[in-house]
Design a protein around this ligand. Structure first.
Ligand SMILES: C/C(=C\Cc1cc(O)c2ccccc2c1O)CCC[C@H](C)CCC[C@H](C)CCCC(C)C
Ligand code: SAM
Length: 229
């Protein structure tokens, strides 16, 4: 798949994206995102980056932590999702900057951010090693990033449940909304996605140390935390 095709998928699902996440995860995605913010070690006054920010869920959570003395940047290449993020952030008094850009070519100088998050973005970028290299470049030495995404459970029953859930609930519900192909894309993208061990190796190759992968939601999701030395 090309970057343009991926951006088009997210532009098309933008109107239903947040509602579908709430319905299909029974609201659990909010908890997974809150854990990600906690593991990013963001604190008041920090300058933070949210990669592949979409409609801004993680970005807004980060902004609550950094407060009025901090600064948060949300980067995504989907104009439709960014428009939703922009609208949501109008109620916030904290400084949030939305940037339409490719995360494989970040418009920031080296060593700029105290911390970063990424929610369900790494599986969707067309070049994961390059994405991690770019993230490494823009983080300050000592900074930690937390990356949330789907994960294939090691337990075979949970793995079967995850596949059943995607095939029998997620795709048919998306079909009712005329978005079959868009949601059917999750399963093959998860099949291609590096395992936890492979993610740790990719992070080390990009220059990160202290890389840890935490399986959450019975292993159906995972958070990779990585620190720049
Ligand atoms: C917030 C979530 C997913 C975001 C997401 C990521 C993608 O890569 C997509 C690609 C194409 C279309 C949509 C998305 C997309 O929305 C995670 C939650 C939403 C999931 C659709 C629900 C998945 C549920 C788990 C497999 C099982 C959860 C069981 C539940 C806790 C009872
Ligand atoms: C599943 S959404 C996640 C949105 C949000 N982080 C969340 O957790 O709800 C994946 C996002 O990645 C973005 N994306 C994928 N590849 C990208 C790239 N190369 N540059 C910028 N954004 C990208 C898509 O536009 C989409 O908004």
């Amino acid at each position: 798949m090309t970057s343009t095709q991926i951006r088009d998928i997210f532009d098309r699902i933008a109107p239903v994206y947040d509602q579908m996440n709430d319905w299909l995860s029974l609201g659990q995605h909010r908890i997974w995102k809150q854990m990600t913010v906690k593991w990013s070690r963001a604190k008041a006054g920090d300058t933070c980056l949210d990669l592949c920010c979409g409609s801004g869920d993680l970005t807004l959570r980060l902004s609550r932590v950094v407060g009025t003395t901090g600064q948060v940047y949300g980067v995504d290449f989907s104009p439709q999702l960014l428009a939703i993020a922009q609208q949501r952030s109008q109620q916030y008094s904290t400084a949030i900057t939305w940037i339409e850009a490719d995360v494989l070519k970040l418009p920031f100088g080296d060593n700029f951010f105290d911390t970063a998050t990424m929610g369900y973005g790494l599986r969707n970028v067309i070049d994961i090693p390059l994405c991690l290299q770019e993230l490494h470049r823009v983080l300050k030495p000592g900074a930690t990033a937390a990356i949330l995404d789907f994960h294939r459970p090691s337990n075979s029953q949970m793995r079967a449940f995850q596949q059943w859930y995607l095939d029998t609930l997620v795709v048919p519900l998306a079909h009712q909304l005329g978005l079959t192909e868009e949601y059917a894309y999750i399963s093959p993208s998860l099949e291609r996605f590096p395992t936890s061990q492979e993610q740790l190796k990719l992070a080390q190759d990009a220059g990160f140390t202290k890389a840890t992968h935490y399986p959450i939601a019975s292993g159906m999701m995972g958070v990779l935390t990585i620190t720049k030395p």
